[in-house]
Design a protein around this ligand. Structure first.
Ligand SMILES: Nc1ncnc2c1ncn2[C@@H]1O[C@H](COP(=O)(O)OP(=O)(O)OP(=O)(O)O)[C@@H](O)[C@H]1O
Ligand SMILES: [Mg+2]
Length: 336
């Protein structure tokens, strides 16, 4: 089965082809980062307009490079939410039009389910599992007893982990999105020069808080003689990364113990973080838990994960009608 995936929930326009026989045939991403970087964050109206300009040419490009026509596909999977509603609507209406014109089944995908199932694109997933969803908009601990069954055990009380990276990067004068430069600079940082908070560590709930981190970073930076030199920035990055990774892995492994799972997984853009991947691998090994991380390109927004999730739904006998609506917010619920 050949599934065309479409992802336009935020600032990446992406289309992909998933073939159930051979895996991901193609995954194209047109990033809007340069345009939004100018404003220090995503401007929703500009994102929608850029999706409108880029989406159909990307679909054309994908079909041509795969030597396919629309009628050769078996289904269209599209992100229905959560995300920026204008951006989602561009993907959704395009997906509907393509499905209708070639008489293909349409399936709407929850973006976070896409991020979680990205783990299955390159590795076999073992269940029951605990998933740490860490992205620009979400930081959640989700128990996954089997494919398609989701139980949210906890989440952030304020900023998402990706937001914490982006906001602290902005304070340090680093580009948007802030995760990749902080990740790189942290590798050159000196441990122990700064101390940033790890809030709620004694809280019995599986909750996170990252809003105090940016204040702590701002206060630390204000104490340093301006301008910051490269080593100052690297040292702050090191401790920012340590503080975030400590909080994330503490809750993930507490949740894993609580539910006696066999595996732990990371999902979302922050899953690309080298510090988080290394620490999770080390802690999982200590506890005898299975752990593999999604390939870097499948951590941040991409349509391959949407196409694959679409195939999983179709395989379970689920598809949507042309009345499918977008949803800007909404928690991930189980298939059954
Ligand atoms: N190597 C990295 N280290 C840390 N953070 C990273 C890394 N690479 C990307 N990120 C962060 O990932 C986030 C983007 O992830 P993603 O694309 O999944 O978010 P989103 O789609 O905007 O949000 P959501 O998935 O919740 O709707 C950004 O905040 C970015 O800084
Ligand atoms: Mg995302």
């Amino acid at each position: 089965m050949k599934v065309l995936g479409i992802e336009t929930s935020c600032d990446d326009t992406s289309v992909a082809l998933y073939d159930s026989q051979s895996g991901v045939a193609e995954n194209l991403v047109s990033s809007q980062v340069q345009m939004h970087n100018h404003f220090g964050g995503v401007v929703p109206e500009l994102a929608s307009r850029a999706h409108l300009v880029n989406l159909l040419p990307l679909v054309d490009h994908l079909l041509k490079s795969q030597n396919l026509e629309l009628k050769d596909l078996d289904a269209v999977a599209v992100t229905a939410g959560p995300g920026l509603v204008g951006a989602l609507l561009v993907g959704l209406s395009t997906g509907k039009a393509l499905a209708m014109s070639a008489d293909l089944p349409l399936v709407g995908i929850h973006h976070i389910e896409g991020h979680i199932l990205a783990n299955a694109l390159t590795n076999e997933m073992v269940f029951p599992a605990m998933v740490l969803v860490v992205s620009g908009g979400h930081t959640e601990v989700i128990h996954m007893p089997e494919i398609g069954v989701y139980e949210k055990l906890g989440g952030t009380l304020d900023d998402a982990a990706g937001e914490a990276y982006d906001k602290t990067a902005k304070l340090l004068g680093l580009p948007y999105p802030g995760g990749p430069p902080i990740d790189q600079l942290a590798a050159r940082g000196t441990p122990g020069r700064f101390k940033f908070p790890r809030p709620l560590q004694k809280d019995p709930r599986l909750v996170f808080s990252f809003s105090g981190l940016k204040t702590a970073v701002r206060l630390a930076v204000e104490k340093l003689p301006p301008p910051l030199n490269d080593q100052d920035v690297a040292d702050v990055c090191y401790e920012v990364q340590e503080a975030i990774v400590d909080s994330l892995t503490d809750r993930l492994f507490r949740a894993a113990r609580l539910k006696h799972v066999k595996a732990v997984y990371l999902a979302g853009g922050v899953a690309a973080n080298s510090g988080l991947r290394q620490r999770t691998a080390r802690e999982a090994k200590k506890r005898g838990l299975h752990f593999v991380a999604p390939e870097g390109v499948y951590c941040t927004d991409n349509a391959a994960m949407i196409a694959y999730a679409g195939w999983c739904h179709l395989n379970a006998g689920r598809c949507d009608g042309l009345d499918l609506d977008s949803f800007p917010r909404g928690t991930l619920t189980s298939w059954r």
